[in-house]
Design a protein around this ligand. Structure first.
Ligand code: NAD
Ligand code: UFG
Length: 370
């Protein structure tokens, strides 16, 4: 049986694909490359010593999904594909609902038709909104997201709950990530944002490498120890371990399961800057600017449910997260080559007459006859 990884060429997905291959799973990736480069999968192949089966296509393409789910004998789906820029979601809300919500519905319809009922979904701590009581456990009320991205995650959670209630064959994990950072320790795969990064750690590392002049710290008047925003940063390698643990539990448990994936420890923006300066041994110039719209003061996880039920807890500390981010950034100052930058709308429509399937190895991708 084979695992389908949607969005598997992206930041978290590529680390997941590597870990799945290392764990002995057969993997098929589907990604439309709207925010990724095939290069990430070439490097996964280099690290794993195995070929990666990659289908360049869109999760909104039902006929492509029908073909993949049946022909590759898929047993589980790990669903990372989606758009994730909070700012872009405010100016392009329809693209976010169409891609993230409608895309997930198409995926679930195809899974239903193919008799595949195990799904792990990439949700987000953003669903808790502006909560005041920390740490956040899974039964904290979900909030009112201020942007279409957050809404799309909440809507998908609801769709998946209703789906599981309608049919007991479904086993679904809603994994609420806190703030994923870091990179594979090899420095070969990592986060390669297109354009100017909006997240803190990619921004700091681009300042440290000299691509950007100065970090803007969004507000120093929050009710936190140093006035700057506090978040629960989690190493991407710990995050993917959490997915493996969730898959193991899902194989034996029906319904919808919600697990927070965080460390339980919050750090402020200025703590992150100082830790980065310490690890990279260079100054990160910053200036304090007004708060960013939609930001909350603080957010960190109660991750004890995942520890009890999944036997998982984050192992890597802040210095590992920063050291691995810095290694990736210093070795790949411009990120991956060939990164496309669009919302992933395909000019020729979504339905591909012939699936574009590649077997990717570390030096090249060969197109499979299909
Ligand atoms: P990413 O942009 O690097 O990866 C998403 C991948 O999905 C990209 O490779 C993109 O090309 C692909 N994709 C997008 N729409 C697609 C479509 N319609 N069909 C096929 N492929 C498509 O982002 P990431 O950081 O790896 O995030 C993965 C998932 O985790 C996303 O769903 C994101 O919302 C969620 N998440 C991320 C964070 C974070 O801070 N990185 C936090 C919480 C949740
Ligand atoms: N920050 C700055 N300057 C920057 C970027 C960020 O001061 O240039 C601050 C923010 O104000 C915040 C902290 O750094 O206090 C973290 O900001 P990020 O943008 O890195 O992360 P967010 O917590 O705002 O959001 C992230 C993802 C969301 C996801 C959420 C919870 O962007 O998609 O984590 O998982 F939903």
């Amino acid at each position: 049986m084979t695992i389908l990884v949607t969005g598997g060429a992206g930041y978290i997905g590529s680390h997941m694909v590597l870990r799945l291959i290392e764990a002995g799973h057969e993997v098929v990736v589907i990604d439309n490359l709207c925010n990724a480069s095939r290069e990430s999968l070439e490097r996964v192949s280099q690290l794993s010593g195995k070929e990666v089966t990659f289908i360049e296509g869109d999760i909104r393409d039902r006929s492509l999904l029908d073909y993949v789910l049946a022909d590759f004998e898929i047993s589980d789906v790990l669903h990372f594909a989606g758009l994730k820029s909070v700012g872009e979601s405010v100016s392009e809300p329809l693209a976010y609902f169409e891609n993230n919500v409608a895309g997930t519905i198409t995926l679930c319809q195809a899974m239903t038709a193919a008799g595949v009922h195990r799904l792990v979904f990439s949700s987000s701590a953003t669903v808790y909104g502006d909560a005041t009581r920390m740490p956040l456990s899974e039964n904290a009320p979900t909030g009112q997201p201020t942007n279409a991205y957050g809404h799309s995650k909440l809507m998908v959670e609801e769709v998946l709950r209703k789906l599981a209630r309608s049919d007991p064959r479904w086993s679904i994990a809603l994994l609420r990530y806190f703030n994923p950072v870091g990179a594979h320790p090899s420095g070969l795969i990592g986060e390669a944002p297109s354009g100017t990064p909006s997240n803190l750690l990619p921004f700091i590392s681009q300042v440290a490498i000299g691509r950007l002049p100065v970090l803007s710290v969004f507000g120093d008047d929050y009710p936190t120890p140093d006035g700057t925003g506090v978040r629960d940063y989690i190493h991407v390698m710990d995050l993917v371990e959490g997915h493996l643990a969730a898959m193991r539990v899902l194989s034996d448990r029906a319904g919808v399961n919600v697990w927070n994936l965080g460390t339980g420890q919050g750090y402020s923006v200025l703590e992150m800057v100082r830790a980065f300066e310490h690890v990279a041994q260079r100054e990160v110039p910053y200036r304090i600017v007004p708060r960013r719209d939609g930001d909350i003061a603080a957010c960190w996880a109660d991750a004890s449910l995942a520890e009890r039920e999944l036997g998982w807890r984050a192992q890597r500390g802040l210095l590992d997260m920063i050291a691995d981010t810095w290694r990736w950034q210093s070795r790949n100052p411009e990120g991956y080559p060939r990164l496309r930058n669009s919302l992933g709308r395909q000019s020729g429509g979504l339905t591909s007459a012939l699936p574009r399937i590649y077997l990717i190895d570390k030096t090249h991708a060969s197109r499979m006859a299909s």
